[in-house]
Design a protein around this ligand. Structure first.
Ligand code: NAD
Ligand code: PRE
Length: 303
């Protein structure tokens, strides 16, 4: 038995919250789980599929007895939800979030946390392009990192307990400072999504001059882009609006590199291209050798 919290409340019943629920049930991580979603349709779906022990029709009912409250809503509404739950929180409870951006969430949520309640932000580095209450699955967090991003006010006990909770859900855990988190995630997640959105947008524009061939004959590289570019529009709009500085910094560097490659192609500088691709191939191989890419088609193959 790996019970870490007695009562957990999930706010926003989408991909991440539903995956957390199934992972909690798999390992008996929580005693009783309540859930709340804004739309009646999502709450009905949750009741139909058995998502949460109790689906509540109000935020107050969902959180008032909870030891852990998980904000699993788009980053842009975290502050608003925190303000709504604040009067109903139990002393000693911990509020956490799973938002993809940390500095803005801390700025928006912290002022609403009452005295005697802990706030310990977090971010599971796991997801898919799917969203909504039916998209979750218990193994989503297995062997993935979850970054815990304490604020200046987070107490060591509350941090330690939340880390044990994510480990019980199957994750590896680490702590990180908020601004550093936002810069790192801009490189590893946010800008790659923006580039995928752009590439699919370019293909869509081109469709008119290629008679749909780019879609019909889409090769593996482009198909990977379309998977990423199918990710939830609300979630990703909020990510870019709330991680503006890091996104613009990394996009600036990206554009410089792209221009260098463009020049090498124009000048026929094969050595530059070969050296560049040799360097990037080594990065990919390093990730696989470190056992970090469990999705790789050859993961675990010995020959
Ligand atoms: N999808 C991913 O790959 C991924 C990975 C890690 C972290 N995250 C973060 O997790 C959070 C949730 O993402 P998700 O993928 O589960 O999204 P999702 O779209 O699947 O679910 C979000 C849920 O929040 C609800 N919601 C929206 N506004 C609300 C409000 N004001 N009050 C109450 N509920 C509201 C929606 O109805 C929906 O049920 C986001 O902050 C996102 O940045 C997502
Ligand atoms: O695997 C995917 O589809 C994801 O986009 C997951 C992903 C990522 O970029 O790795 C997306 C957003 C997060 O906040 C964390 C994880």
């Amino acid at each position: 038995m790996t019970r870490i919290y007695d009562r957990v409340a999930l706010i926003g019943l989408g991909l991440i919250a539903s995956s957390m629920f199934w992972a909690m049930k798999r390992n008996d991580v929580a005693g009783h789980v309540t859930g709340f979603a804004r739309s009646a349709e999502t709450r009905d779906t949750a009741r139909r599929i058995g998502l949460c022990d109790t689906v509540c029709d109000s935020l107050a009912d969902a959180v008032n007895d909870a030891d852990l409250i998980v904000l699993a809503v788009p980053v842009g509404v975290m502050g608003q939800v925190a303000a709504e739950i604040a009067p109903h929180l139990k002393p000693g409870a911990t509020v956490t979030d799973v938002g993809s951006v940390k500095r803005q969430v801390i700025t928006d949520v912290s002022p609403h946390i009452p005295d005697g309640v802990h706030f310990v932000p977090g971010h599971p580095l796991a997801g898919t392009e799917h969203s909504g209450p039916e998209s979750g699955f218990a193994s989503l967090f297995d062997n993935r990192w979850c970054l815990i991003v304490p604020t200046e006010d987070s107490t060591p006990d509350a941090v330690d307990r939340l880390m044990r909770y994510w480990q019980a859900l199957g994750s590896n855990v680490d702590t990180m400072e908020p601004d550093h988190h936002d810069l790192v995630l801009s490189v590893t997640s946010h800008c790659p999504h923006l580039i995928a959105y752009t590439m699919v947008g370019v293909a869509d524009d081109l469709r008119r001059v290629t008679d749909s061939e780019v879609i019909k004959y889409s090769a593996a590289g482009f198909r990977d882009f379309t998977r990423i570019a199918a990710s939830d529009p609300t979630m990703w709009r909020d990510v870019f609006l709330t991680n503006k500085d890091a996104t613009l910094e990394i996009l600036g560097r990206f554009t410089e590199e792209l221009f260098a490659l463009q020049r090498a192609i124009r000048q026929g500088d094969g050595d530059f291209l070969h050296d560049y691709f040799t360097r990037t191939r080594a990065i990919r191989r390093g990730i696989i050798e470190a056992g970090q890419d469990t999705d790789a088609p050859n993961f675990g193959r010995t020959r």
